[in-house]
Design a protein around this ligand. Structure first.
Ligand SMILES: Nc1ncnc2c1ncn2[C@@H]1O[C@H](COP(=O)(O)OP(=O)(O)OP(=O)(O)O)[C@@H](O)[C@H]1O
Length: 487
């Protein structure tokens, strides 16, 4: 089938068959995608010719640690979550404590003052259960999972500050984090919360922080990355691991995804005593994270706060048939010209495409912000902040931005390039994250997908099947139809 005639074929198919009942059995190889496709105009699909076999060769990769840092930098408050907390107690017969106020925790007054000084009025959902467990006597181990922004860092910072005895001038709490930047972020929370506890000292075991060999640290809390913490314990002997009574492992999912960190964490853990209280936190919990958690946290209590399901119910989904990227661009301009759009996010597959689109939209007079992987995390945070404040109305981005960014006024998400996985199949999860940027907090939103090849039409069909939601064809040259469909 020639490149031009596929669109016609789709039209015919569309007219004769309800979109949710396409006959996939007769289609191309489902795993690898259409055999005879030489790549669509995104430049991202070259199945037979791909040197490394990867469909996402040029795609902007999401780095978990960077994503986590970005989330921390742009977050202003707790992420809303209405889901129930699941608690699995090590000893199911013991009473389950949960607190609704910080007073109930009987914290030292100077620590309570620090908590209130941060503007926290009451414990977050996960904190309600996690805090009493972390502060219990005798100490209890804990594995806690909840999405980013639900108050985990604040919870274990409070636990560490409450746990230490300031009169003892040695390290009692050890916290490890996957990267230098993330460790600094945690440190800031501890410093802020412990502002009125002048006798509690904090040290950073991170690269570049050189210490004299052989001295013993007097700081009660040490936070750092696994490699440096290990050096401080074994090579430099600045910390006596046998005197550590609380061990916190943050962002376990990011940790095990980082080369070498998993083993270093286990080596640190091996030097601790059996009585040391172990606390592990993670935003996600795949099997690999779970296996790791079980290795470092014996007999744990488990707390899980399910992610608030992203829903497609408030989002109207469309696709537009286009031929090449210029065509997609025209469709986008038509769309923009005819709708009242508060703010829009446009997703591209590669940095190159994002840059091209940004340049063209700017030329058309749009105020456009660009977010892509070559920027530092701080630069990205600044771009998101400007967009949030309405300085730009359009944000063009690659995948670096599919998760975690809440901009309430986004009413349109455009998949300029559709999300595909390594094999070129629909990446449903990324699709959901992307279009979940709109229609938030019960508002209505629109998602428009640019379809530029038979392969991308296949992807739309896969997405429809997966979510069991219709994606309606939109003709952006037909203003009337567009207005009625998108009203
Ligand atoms: N009890 C609380 N009341 C109000 N705000 C809170 C409370 N606990 C935490 N916060 C704030 O909510 C935001 C998210 O908290 P925190 O960083 O602890 O979450 P997290 O689950 O550790 O997420 P991440 O792992 O991404 O940092 C922060 O801005 C923090 O200051």
């Amino acid at each position: 089938m020639s490149e031009d005639s596929w669109a016609l074929a789709v039209d015919v198919q569309e007219a004769t068959t309800p979109s949710l009942q396409f006959d996939f059995s007769k289609k191309v190889d489902r795993v690898r995608g259409p055999r005879n496709m030489r790549g669509d105009i995104n430049g991202n699909i070259v199945p037979e010719k791909s040197e490394n076999g990867g469909w996402r060769r040029d795609a902007d990769k999401v780095d978990l640690a960077e994503q986590s840092l970005l989330n921390k930098l742009i977050r202003r408050s707790l992420v809303r979550n209405r889901n129930q907390v699941e608690v699995l107690q090590r000893d199911p017969t013991s009473p389950l404590y949960s607190v609704k106020t910080f007073e109930e925790l009987r914290l030292k007054p100077e620590l309570l003052k620090g908590v209130y000084n941060m503007g926290f009025n009451r414990p977050s959902r996960i904190q309600e259960n996690a805090l009493p467990m972390m502060l219990a006597q005798p100490p209890q181990n804990l594995i806690a999972q909840s999405q980013s922004g639900t108050g985990k860092t604040a919870a274990f910072s409070l636990a560490m500050l409450s746990h230490v005895n300031p009169a003892n001038k040695w390290t009692q709490c050890l916290c490890i984090s996957p990267t230098y930047e993330l460790a600094l972020q945690i440190g800031q929370v501890i410093e802020q919360m412990g502002k009125f506890c002048p006798d509690v000292k904090l040290a950073y075991a991170i690269r570049g922080n050189r210490m004299e060999r052989g001295i013993k640290l007097q700081d009660q809390i040490v936070i750092g990355t696994p490699g440096t913490v290990l050096d401080w314990c074994t090579k430099y002997k600045l910390i006596d691991p046998k005197k550590i009574t609380m061990f916190v492992l943050d962002e376990a999912d990011v940790m095990i995804a980082t080369q070498g960190h998993r083993d270093q964490s286990i080596r640190i853990h091996r030097q601790l005593t059996k009585d040391c209280q172990m606390l592990l936190f993670s935003a996600t919990f795949e099997d690999s994270v779970w296996r790791f958690a079980e290795q470092v946290v014996p007999d744990p209590n488990i707390i899980r706060l399910k992610r608030e399901e992203e829903t497609l119910d408030t989002i109207k989904q469309f696709y537009v048939l286009c031929k090449e990227k210029e065509d997609k661009f025209t469709a986008l301009c038509n769309l923009y010209g005819s709708l009242t759009i508060a703010q829009a996010m446009i997703f591209c597959h590669t940095r190159k495409m994002a840059a091209w689109l940004t340049a063209h939209l700017t030329k058309e007079g749009h105020q456009v912000a660009l977010l892509s992987g070559e920027m530092t995390v701080e630069q990205r945070a600044a771009v998101i902040e400007r967009f949030r404040n309405g300085k730009e109305k359009v944000l063009v981005t690659t995948n670096v931005c599919s998760r975690g960014i809440d901009v309430e006024q986004v009413s349109l998400v455009v998949n300029f390039d559709l999300p595909v996985d390594m094999d070129g199949n629909a990446d449903n999860e990324t699709y959901l994250h992307r279009i979940g940027r709109t229609g938030r907090f019960g508002r209505r939103g629109f998602a428009v997908n640019m379809v530029d090849s038979k392969h991308s039409m296949d992807i739309i069909n896969q997405i429809e099947m997966h979510f069991n939601r219709r994606i309606t064809k939109l003709d952006t040259s037909n203003l009337e139809e567009m207005e009625s469909l998108m009203s």
